[in-house]
Design a protein around this ligand. Structure first.
Ligand SMILES: [Zn+2]
Length: 204
């Protein structure tokens, strides 16, 4: 899996399950679909902003990365359209934002404490931010960042994001080991991930 070594931070874009690659100083999330019928690698941008690489079965990850680097200009020309903030952002002004952020902080701290009862997670500072495209991120130093919009999610989806970042304190990648951890803490994580993906299209 590809991380963002420049900053040592793993950003969890949109559905918080996609690998990212750094292209000209911009982190771009993508999804890999393996197909036994595909003969070549293919890049597509789906509606709603899913950027998908379809690859033949058994292709090595470094070849996928190489293709993305080679097509960086095209990819960035597509993704800049997606990074424009939607008009719902900060509709209520700064005062409203600060209120939501404070509520989000309380929620996050409460849920972190809850999950620490299940497993002795170790993490650094916790920040609540106005992220444009991610629900959360985790750094090499295990500092956790969360989007203040978590407060507007159903609790189980907010919990999904929180557990996701907690699992990154143990596995800073989206490998099978990482998803096995998710399974352990949230057995229905796949379902939650799908729901969150739908919410993300509306909210981020
Ligand atoms: Zn992640």
């Amino acid at each position: 899996m590809i991380q963002t070594p420049a900053q040592g931070v793993l950003f969890c874009y949109n559905i918080v399950s996609m690998p990212t690659i750094r292209l000209h100083n911009q982190d771009v999330a993508y999804d890999v679909r393996r197909s036994h019928r595909a003969r070549y690698m293919r890049l597509t941008m789906h509606r709603g902003g899913d950027f998908v690489v379809t690859v033949p079965d058994g292709i090595a990850p470094f070849r996928i990365e190489a293709l993305l680097l080679q097509k960086a200009r095209w990819i960035l020309s597509k993704t800049h359209l997606l990074s424009e903030p939607k008009p719902v952002m900060r509709r209520g002004g700064r005062r409203e934002y600060l209120k939501l952020r404070e509520s989000a902080r309380r929620l996050v701290m409460e849920r972190l404490a809850y999950w620490k009862q299940h497993y002795p997670f170790q993490f650094g500072t916790v920040r609540i931010k106005n992220h444009k495209a991610v629900w959360g991120s985790c750094s090499v130093k295990k500092n956790l960042n969360f989007n203040y919009r978590l407060i507007q999610l159903p609790l189980e989806l907010a919990d999904y994001v929180i557990v996701h970042e907690l699992c990154h304190t143990l596995e800073l990648n989206h490998s099978t080991r990482f998803w096995n951890l998710m399974q352990k803490f949230l057995p229905n994580y796949r379902n939650l991930r799908d729901q969150l993906k739908k919410q993300s299209l509306k909210m981020l």
